[in-house]
Design a protein. Structure first.
Length: 132
């Protein structure tokens, strides 16, 4: 997944799942009591044991019985209700991929800079002459 420059990461729907617990960060829930109450009502589903919503982060944690429900079903309920967009998912794997890409670029630049420095130290004049 690529993130366009200028798109702030909080605009993404962060999803983390382990069987029996689903956490979804939904940006539109931040500091919106009407939407928070609406999502709690939508999640009154048999098999959901507990729902917690953090109004500061827009994070919804759903504890459910994995013998009755699946995370896919719960995400579909949120999607159908207009609270979730699958094309905007941002996961821990995405964060790790982005961080490793940034690190690789920085390491690559550092190695390139070091190599150029070494060449210029030992062979600066001959390199300049080759370019002329």
């Amino acid at each position: 997944m690529t993130v366009k420059k200028g798109v702030h990461l909080t605009m993404k729907y962060y999803v983390h799942h382990i069987p029996g617990r689903l956490r979804v960060r939904i940006p539109s829930l931040k500091k919106d009591p009407r939407k928070i109450e609406d999502i709690k009502a939508i999640l009154q589903i048999n098999g959901i044991q507990k729902t917690r919503v953090n109004p500061l982060t827009g994070s919804v944690v759903i504890n459910y019985d994995p013998d009755i429900l699946t995370s896919r079903y719960l995400l579909d309920v949120l999607k159908t209700s207009g609270y979730f967009r699958e094309d905007r998912i941002f996961t821990l794997d995405t964060q790790i991929e982005m961080a490793s890409n940034r690190a690789a670029k920085k390491v690559g630049r550092a190695i390139f800079g070091w190599a150029i420095g070494r060449v210029l130290e030992s062979n600066g004049l001959s390199l300049i002459a080759a370019f002329i």
